[in-house]
Design a protein around this ligand. Sequence first.
Ligand SMILES: Nc1ncnc2c1ncn2[C@@H]1O[C@H](COP(=O)(O)OP(=O)(O)OP(=O)(O)O)[C@@H](O)[C@H]1O
Ligand SMILES: [Mg+2]
Length: 282
Amino acid sequence: MGIQFEDVSYAYKGFKVNYDAIGHITFDIKPKDEFIAIVGHTGSGKSTLVQHMNALLLPSKGHVVIFGHVLPPKKSEKINYLRQKVGLVFQFPEYQLFEETILKDIMFGPKNFKSTEQEAMEKAKRAAQKVGIDENLYEQSPFRISGGQMRRVAVAGILAMEPDILVLDEPTRGLDPQGRKDLMAIFQDIHEKEHKTIIMITHDMDLVAQYAKRVMVLDNGTLVYDGPKERLFEHPHFEEFHLDMPTPLKILKHLEKEIGLPYKPHYDYPSLLQYLKEVSHE
Ligand SMILES: Nc1ncnc2c1ncn2[C@@H]1O[C@H](COP(=O)(O)OP(=O)(O)OP(=O)(O)O)[C@@H](O)[C@H]1O
Ligand SMILES: [Mg+2]
């Protein structure tokens, strides 16, 4: 009952005649406990795909079913509430922000979904604190802050709505390494403690290796892989997906080739280090 795509295609009007931005896509995402990375080349259709998940785009062909509701063929009031259930953080945060002040911007979602002014303010402040937005920024314009801060505000705006499923379109883009770590720790925390399903588009394969459980690979608008992360990196046709190997796996493959260290997959630095310590004591 999470998100189902049944043979979904989408063509932008006037976009490459008879060519779909995404084509014939079918999958099923559970409402809880999934951590999915969506990867693929620039222009492969990732953003187009996720915009169907909260009805920003409606399929040209096929069906999208969100929490049991089949999306109607035309936009209507009825689909608005889905935006609260599936929160989407845009690839370009400046498209998402529009209020005069940062605090008002973060309050917009909860207010729109029936919270009182007081409740909206509390939710907004909680979300702002979670993503590390300092109180002295609350009254500033969201357009007079850095790109990284804008992204935090955009994320806070979605967190404040307390959606069941979080969809993040390149959430760490434009952040410095510490900012990236902090934000990923927040998503990981929400996933582990609240069991929320997280769907994240990224070009960073190290993040995929470290955080995702399931990966979807898009190539030219087609879903060419959908399965566990572990199987993706061992896939016999991995090279055809045109993806980078995550750094810990690159290191392990290199060590196997150069010094014959038995290859065992490890997806983040601490577990890679642990493995190296173990073998060096043998
Ligand atoms: N508003 C639009 N109008 C027409 N064509 C579009 C529009 N948005 C995207 N496209 C086209 O649809 C295809 C898929 O674009 P999309 O933005 O979904 O790719 P993406 O995988 O998110 O890329 P990136 O990694 O660069 O963000 C591309 O060929 C793109 O040019
Ligand atoms: Mg995109």
